[in-house]
Every structure is written in C-alpha cells, then in structure tokens.
Design a protein around this ligand. Structure first.
Ligand code: ATP
Ligand code: MG
Length: 372
C-alpha cells in the first residue's frame, strides 16, 4: 500500500517506460528523512519492473562492502570472463569453489564496469541501491563511474539510489559528478488524504472502517503526515478492532471504529511514538550530537524553517570550527533531524514530525547542562 506518492511514482514510471521502450537509461535519487517511505517506493518500483518483465537488482551497502562484491553481484557468472577479457593485472585464486580476487588499486573500477556492462548492454535493467548514503566511497565511486560509462554506451540501465538527506554529501565524496545531473526526488511527508488512504484501505481489507469524519480528523492529527506514524496508527486501530472482536462475539462482517476505539488506538500509538522519539534522542547522545541538535533546535524557536547559513553558524560555534560544524550537519541530516525539502535547498526543516516538541518538553529539559 503506497499512498500519496503519485508524483514520485510518475517520475519512476516514466523512467521505466523509457528504459523499456527506447532502451534509454538514467539515474534517479530518492532522498528523505527516515520513515518517509523511500524503501516502500523502491518496493513499488520493483513490482512495476516485474510487471513489465524488466530485470532488476536490489543492493544495499552491506551486500557490497567491496568492489569485488559489487562486480560479483552485478554479474556473478561473468566476472571470470570479464577479468580475462580485459586482461586485468590482478591476482585471483579459487577459495572453496568461489572466486576470490584481489584487485590492484588502480584497476578497481574496471571489473565493476565490465560486469555491469555485460549484464545490461542487451537487456534493460533497474539497479536499485537502498541506503546508498552508507555505500563505501570506493564502491560508490566504481558504481557511479561504471553507470556513467554504461549510459555513454547507451546501455539500458536505470540506476535508482535511495538514502537519508545527507546522500548528496555522500555521493559528492565519491569523486563522481555524473549523479548531480540526475533527477533528485525529495521524499517528505504525505497529504492528509493520503494518510487516510494509507490507514483506511488496509483496514477495509479486514472489514474494518472508521465511524465518521470526526474520527478521521483525529486520525489525521495523530499521524501528522508521517508515513511511519500512519503505519503505527493503522496497526493500533487494527489492534483496537481485534480487542473489540475478542470481547464480543465476532460479528463476521464489518467492524466500525468509533471514538472510544480511536482513543484506545491513540494511546497504543502514543507509546510507540514515545519509544521512537527516545531512540532518536539516544542516537543523538550516542553520536555526541546532543549539543549540536539543541543549538539547531533553538534556531527554530519562532520559525518553521531556517536558512542554511544560520545552521552553519550555530554548528560552527557549537563544534568549535567550521569543519566540525559541517561534519555535525551531515550527521544530523543522516539521522533525519533536519533536512532540505525538495525545491528549497537553502533552508532546513525538521525531519521527524513533533520530535522537536518532544525534545523541548522531555529531552531538552532533562538534559544535563553542558559547559559552553
Ligand atoms: N506512501 C505510503 N503509504 C503507506 N505506507 C507507507 C508509505 N510510505 C511508507 N509507508 C510505510 O511507512 C513505513 C516506513 O517506510 P519506509 O521503511 O519505506 O521508510 P524509509 O524512508 O525507507 O525509512 P529509512 O530511511 O529508515 O529506511 C513502512 O512500514 C512503510 O510501509
Ligand atoms: Mg528504508
């Protein structure tokens, strides 16, 4: 179930059509705070690709810790031929039946390109990398440069990368500029109608419905446009219906959730949300980012978005240097604490709804005072 992502689906659909019909490839990047549905969109894309009988390969950074892994996964059967075809100056040996290869540093990217090109040159392929912000930078560099070389040779390859809002920074560090001409889709909150759709449709499949617009309004207010909260809320409403059904004799057909059921579901959801916020707070402490987060939070006191310059300034002051400030900014974006929504690259907004309120009410007031 994917609600409220029609614009993004349309971009991906068009890219898929071009891939199938004109054999033209490209690169699309999905960037957004955690829990907004990047992986959900990628799963939808895979289903579209399957429906159109287009090949796909889904990778995460864990699968491709090295360029050797990348070359092997991209084209497992061809790596050996690819190596000999290009006369690679490297040592390779067989370990327990599988090929173990040690590449010379300079020739790292060659086997990746060779494997990728062999896989895609005659057959359209969607290559998906989820969590791409965490790619090892040499692996990422080999992937990006190999993709670019395939596209220059007009191979039908569609590369789709998804990651947290620091993904552009991560890609920048990979010494490949071609991605910057890609279509970048910011994956933010969803509209109220989409929240309702995301919640009501799966419930309807179970014969459960919300009683009226008053309950719907409360549901919208609780979910705050955040897909992850919508999912928690959907689960809590389902639990509430189950609880009713357990208490009474099962009615068999439809079950209507009224205000009392919703109140129960909101209490369940609120416990999960509290745990979620506490985990996010612990992440800030674990990374020694609490002071930085607090400094940024203070900038938002009376505005809903803040200029990049202001963030740079407070982080430089908090971290003691522009360089350390810039590192903190990358980490805060990685955690989804703040992000720049699409079309507004120079301003930051909170990444997770109400997390700032939570910090003000709970984390902020209970935080140990720090020497400044
Ligand atoms: N548009 C949507 N409609 C309905 N449910 C959605 C939608 N987007 C996301 N979800 C649900 O919200 C939850 C979070 O989505 P998902 O895991 O895709 O987020 P993400 O952006 O990949 O997060 P992370 O950065 O932590 O990996 C999932 O359970 C997903 O099914
Ligand atoms: Mg994800």
């Amino acid at each position: 179930m994917l609600a409220g992502r029609e614009p993004e689906q349309s971009v991906l659909n068009t890219a898929l059509h071009r891939l199938c019909e004109t054999q033209s490839g490209g690169c699309v990047i999905l960037s957004g705070p955690r829990g907004n549905g990047k992986t959900a969109l990628l799963k939808w894309l895979v289903n579209r690709a399957k429906a159109q009988k287009v090949g796909h390969l889904w990778l995460t950074p864990d699968d491709v810790a090295s360029q050797r892994d990348l070359a092997r996964l991209v084209n497992p059967s061809r790596i050996k031929q690819g190596l000999s075809a290009i006369g690679l100056a490297g040592r390779h040996e067989s370990v327990e039946g599988s090929m173990r290869i040690e590449f010379e540093p300079d020739s790292h990217a060659a086997p990746v390109f060779e494997a990728l090109h062999r896989r895609v040159k005659n057959r359209p392929c969607v290559l998906i990398v989820d969590e791409a912000h965490a790619l090892d930078s040499l692996v990422g560099q080999a992937l990006l440069n190999s993709t670019q070389k395939c596209l220059v040779r007009e191979a039908p390859l569609l590369l789709v990368l998804a990651g947290t809002p620091d993904i552009q920074h991560a890609l920048d560090s990979m010494n490949s500029s071609f991605w910057s001409r890609s279509r970048i889709l910011g994956i933010g909150l969803i509209e109220n109608e989409a929240v309702l759709e995301a919640i009501e449709r799966p419930l309807a499949d179970q014969g459960i419905a919300l009683q009226d617009d008053a309950v719907r309004s409360e549901v919208i207010a609780e979910a705050q446009g955040y897909p992850y909260f919508a999912q928690l809320l959907g689960d809590a409403l389902w639990e509430s219906a189950r609880r009713d059904q357990d208490a009474q004799a099962p009615s068999g057909s439809n079950h209507i959730l009224g205000s009392a059921d919703a109140t129960y579901a909101f209490a369940v959801m609120s416990r999960h949300r509290q745990e979620f916020y506490e985990t996010r707070l612990a992440e800030l402490y674990d990374r020694a980012l609490f002071d930085s987060a607090r400094a940024v939070l203070d900038c938002f006191a009376d505005q809903s978005s803040i200029h990049r310059e202001q963030v740079d300034h407070v982080l430089e002051k908090t971290r003691g240097s522009a360089e350390h400030g810039a590192q903190a900014l990358v980490q805060l974006q990685r955690l989804g604490f703040i992000w720049s929504p699409p079309g507004n690259n120079l301003r930051f907004e909170p990444g997770i709804p109400s997390f700032f309120s939570f910090l003000r009410e709970y984390g902020y007031s209970s935080a140990p005072a720090t020497a400044s």
